[in-house]
Design a protein. Structure first.
Length: 394
């Protein structure tokens, strides 16, 4: 049943509409972290790698994420950051298409994905190009020259949702490799990686999966291609036998070859505990609840706040689990909202973002948030100078 508010430590008096950026603290996660620090590390010291089985955590957590994404056990490796995983996936994909030079993304892709691609291509220096058409034109831009299609399924600003199945099929028909960034999809919309047949997927775990700030990233590799992947970053824990301490690198015979450095045990433990809130959750039921909440919010906001322009797709089937409105003074308005207990966030140049996570939000929360937003706008509370002072994180 949804919501499951009792499974989260939510501050009193706060309506949290920013789980699309950083999920709240699940109950049990802090206790798990404390246990790892004080009992396992504190008492067992280095022995905990064996006695607490720390080394198994990356694969254990990876399999729990795989279950939410329609992926086979053993097909997801965890650790490092999303940027690192984008780099690994793109490099591996380009090696699979050595005679092609076009990487196709879209103009709405998250900047870090494009930055990592830029850096990789500069280092390769083989004449590759990145093309970023408008999302609406993306499918038609895939052709026989395309080496890789690299897309974020849910646009971080507007929530616009790409059709994973259709685009992957189009990419494969053209002979291209498919990479999906699921940062705004994992835990938000139903995903079936096995059915999609995409070669790679990457994502972070601190948004809808509630793994905490800096939580480890993940990378998926389709099981049938794993043995052919040549890791760009040959970290020792991607080695087939890390503790053999061999001079030459032998990649693990699994997706574990995409691990790089020592696992972040405390963060992985927190994420492992956070994933407990998903026990028994049907992703299709969660998606239906998310659409219901977002539709209520859009209707309430458009009725109460005519100065706002919907920046997300009108059709709920074409957006993820967030709703965005454009407003010239969006940054100040978001700060004024937070002062009144409604936490959303802002993305330049004028986007107010609101995430809808049915695990801890209900109808009353959404209506109450829209009323507070109405007050902030109608009374022009955003004009207070303190709301115009830009913080380092917006």
């Amino acid at each position: 049943m949804l919501p499951r508010k009792e499974l989260f430590d939510l501050p009193k008096g706060v309506i949290y509409l920013d789980g699309n950026s950083l999920g709240p603290l699940p109950k049990g996660a802090a206790e798990r972290a404390a246990k790892v620090i004080t009992e396992e590390w504190g008492q067992e010291l280095i022995r905990a790698w064996n006695t607490a089985d720390w080394m198994a955590l990356p694969a254990q957590v990876g399999d729990r994420i795989a279950a939410l994404l329609g992926a086979a056990p053993g097909s997801i490796a965890t650790g490092d950051t999303l940027s690192i995983k984008v780099f690994q996936a793109l490099d591996a994909a380009l090696r699979m298409r050595p005679d092609r030079r076009i990487i196709l993304s879209d103009s709405g892709n998250f900047p870090t994905d494009l930055y990592m691609a830029d850096g990789l291509l500069k280092n390769l220096d083989k004449g590759h190009q990145i093309r970023t058409p408008d999302p609406a034109d993306l499918a038609d831009a895939i052709d026989k020259d395309t080496a890789v299609v690299m897309l974020t399924q849910v646009d971080y600003r507007t929530g616009r949702l790409h059709d994973m199945q259709a685009i992957t099929e189009k990419a494969h028909a053209a002979g291209a490799v498919m990479i999906w960034d699921l940062a705004h999809s994992a835990g938000a919309v139903p995903v079936d990686l096995a059915r999609s047949h995409a070669e790679f997927a990457v994502g972070c775990t601190y948004k809808y999966l509630n793994g905490g700030p800096g939580a480890p990233a993940f990378i998926y590799a389709r099981p049938d291609i794993v043995d052919s992947i040549e890791p760009a970053l040959c970290g020792w824990l991607g080695h087939e036998a890390p503790f053999a301490m061999e001079r030459d690198y032998r990649p693990a015979k699994s997706t574990e070859r995409l691990r790089v450095g020592t696992p972040s045990v405390v963060q992985l433990s927190i994420l492992d505990a956070a994933l407990d809130v998903w026990t028994g959750v049907d992703m299709h039921a969660l998606r239906a609840a998310s659409i219901e909440l977002s539709e209520i919010f859009i209707a309430e906001v458009e009725r109460r706040c005519p100065s706002l322009a919907l920046a997300s797709p009108r059709d709920p089937e074409q957006r993820g689990s967030q709703v965005s409105f454009a407003f010239e003074q969006g940054y100040a308005a978001v700060q004024a909202l937070a002062d009144r207990g409604v936490i959303g966030d802002f993305r330049a140049p004028n986007i107010m973002r609101f995430g809808f996570t049915p695990l801890y939000l209900d109808h009353d929360d959404v209506v109450a948030a829209s009323k507070i937003l109405e007050d902030v706008l109608s009374a022009e509370r955003w004009r207070d100078p303190k709301y115009h002072v830009k913080s380092r994180v917006t």
